[in-house]
Ligand binder design. Structure first.
Ligand code: AMP
Ligand code: ZN
Length: 113
């Protein structure tokens, strides 16, 4: 999609610190890390938000999560958090669905303290 920053990363038009790529999925480090390890896992397909995922996209969503698992294993993360911000009010700034994976440092825990 034109004017989508993550589509441009997928197309190689904007550089990224790529960790993983296959036909469907890509993972790269967040440019403004919020933890010791902070990367994003995205589908190559342009889906704007979590609420735009359709039934036909469910295998792709599964693949995103198995990619998170694979990278957590490869990077030897001791523990991590997966976050999706959905919609402007949910804190989403880039409207190409992505899952943040955060690990290490002081992650605040929602609901605790
Ligand atoms: P969100 O607020 O959930 O939409 O998160 C968007 C994330 O994308 C933010 O954490 C940004 O730091 C990150 N980001 C924006 N542009 C880039 C880029 N060119 N490369 C890597 N991460 C980016
Ligand atoms: Zn896009």
């Amino acid at each position: 999609m034109r004017d989508c920053i993550f589509c441009k990363i997928v197309a190689g038009e904007i550089p990224s610190q790529k960790i993983y790529e296959d036909d469907d999925v890509m993972a790269f480090y967040d440019i403004h890390p919020k933890a010791d390890v902070h990367f994003l896992v995205i589908p190559k397909k342009h889906i704007p938000t979590y609420m735009d995922v359709e039934e036909q996209d469910l295998p792709l969503m599964g693949k995103i999560h198995s990619t998170v698992q694979k990278l957590a294993r490869e990077l030897e993360l001791k523990g991590f958090r997966v976050i999706n911000n959905c919609g402007k009010e949910g804190g989403q700034e880039v409207f190409h669905i992505h899952f943040h994976v955060l690990s290490g440092g002081k992650l605040g825990t929602p609901g605790q303290g």
